[in-house]
Design a protein around this ligand. Structure first.
Ligand code: PLP
Length: 398
């Protein structure tokens, strides 16, 4: 089945539930077993249709996991409490003291922090690699390398990775690959089809889609599933039943919402590219973007998240621009229906590929509002910026 059909059908079985369209929410800790036989036969945690203990999931959890597995083309999926929980549990599944991890330099900040603090404390070392390294990753593999971690496009800076080139090298070397696919979601990029062993996404973002839940989703190959599930269980991860329900509800409209996020994102990116205050737009769907060719080759779409660079700007000028936005909210996370605009700084979280820029980097999340209203608001923001910088009246650029 095609992706749009899968998001509406996977993980649903109305016949098993009085014909009700959506699976019900089970709130559970204790699961009761009527007999000793039933108790002893109950050890099939996370087997569809089998429950064991609330922490290892209920039919609500399994419905979401089944839907995500189908969408990812995966053997199985696991739902946990947050994207960070998904990332850290997946990495822990493959490493022990003395091992080595290859981590993309443009990775999400908290993933980097986990490597530099928790993994380091347990004797696991990390080497950060240039996101554009491609097959050159072969030169960085050590005898103790157990994981190559990918995230494409990169957080904040949106570099596109050559995923098939990296996974081909990893397979030859017997190294597991884990990819953070939060940006594209499995609607626009399917990591396992490109050779990745474990695909994770923060379901908090587009799957939830309404800025009201925390969720981590992990989808794996058959070979990787048992150890990842064991890691999730050993670490005590669990996704709350109401959040599983909301994530599943969000999933049903994911493909149509993404189309609109994509469209508005590209409209804003193209407009921003023409503005005199903007020195660069980081959006892989723009033909001028260095990652464009790879994005076109491997991705079937873009979400609404990208960034743009301003020229030299004072803090006062930046505050004048950002403090008076009505449609663009300023806050962390993204993927909801509402637009966001956030100053971000990649400098402290890049080591393999130092980040140099004359002015601030602003991350945009294009929401579902009318793009003309969003452009009008950005235009007013630039007017306030110019005024605060004492630059005089601004010439409008369509
Ligand atoms: C937000 C985010 C995460 C973390 O997800 P949470 O659900 O907030 O824990 C991981 N990776 C990327 C790329 C993200 O944007």
């Amino acid at each position: 089945m095609k992706t749009d059909t899968l998001v509406t059908t996977a993980g649903r079985d109305p016949e098993a539930n009085f014909g009700v369209v959506n699976p019900p929410v089970y709130h559970a800790s204790t699961i009761l077993f009527p007999t000793l036989d039933a108790l002893e036969a109950s050890q099939h945690r996370r087997e569809p249709g089998k429950v064991y203990y609330g922490r290892s999931g209920t039919p609500t959890t399994f419905a979401l996991e089944d839907a995500v597995a189908a969408l990812e083309g995966a053997h199985r999926a696991l739902a946990v409490g947050s994207g960070v929980a998904a990332i850290t549990a997946a990495i822990f599944a493959f490493v022990r003291a003395g091992d080595h991890v290859l981590m993309v330099d443009s990775v999400y900040g908290p993933t980097r922090r986990f490597c530099d603090t928790v993994l380091a404390r347990f004797g696991v070392t990390t080497t950060y690699y240039d996101p554009t390294i491609g097959a050159g990753i072969a030169n960085l593999i050590q005898p103790t390398t157990r994981v190559i971690f990918l995230e494409s496009p990169g957080s904040l800076t949106f570099e596109v990775q050559d995923v098939p080139a990296i996974t081909a090298v990893a397979k030859q070397a017997g190294v597991a690959t884990i990819m953070d696919n939060t940006w594209a979601t499995p609607v626009y990029f399917k990591p396992l089809a490109h050779g990745v062993d474990v695909s994770i996404q923060s379901g908090t973002k587009y799957v939830g889609g309404h800025s009201d839940l925390m969720m981590g989703l992990i989808a794996t190959t058959e070979a990787a599933y048992a150890r990842v599930r064991q890691s999730v269980n050993d670490l005590g991860h669990h996704a709350a039943p109401d959040d599983c329900y909301l994530a599943l509800r969000g999933l049903r409209t994911l493909a149509v919402r993404l189309q609109r996020h994509q469209q508005t994102g590209i409209t804003l990116a193209e407009w921003l590219q023409r503005q005199p205050e903007v020195t660069r737009v980081h959006h892989p769907a723009l033909p001028a973007d260095p990652g464009h060719a790879l994005w076109r080759r491997d991705f079937s779409g873009a979400c609404g998240l990208f960034a743009f660079q301003l020229g030299a700007t004072s803090r006062r000028g930046l505050a004048a621009m950002l403090d008076h936005m009505k449609l663009f909210g300023m806050g962390y996370s993204w993927g909801g229906y509402e637009s966001l605009l956030l100053p971000v700084d990649p400098r402290p979280i890049r080591t393999a590929t130092p980040w140099h820029a004359a002015g601030p980097l602003l991350r945009v999340h294009a929401g579902l509002e009318d793009p003309a209203d969003l452009i009008a608001e950005l235009e007013r923001g630039f007017e306030r910026l110019n005024e605060a910088e004492g630059r005089g009246p601004r010439t409008k650029v369509a």
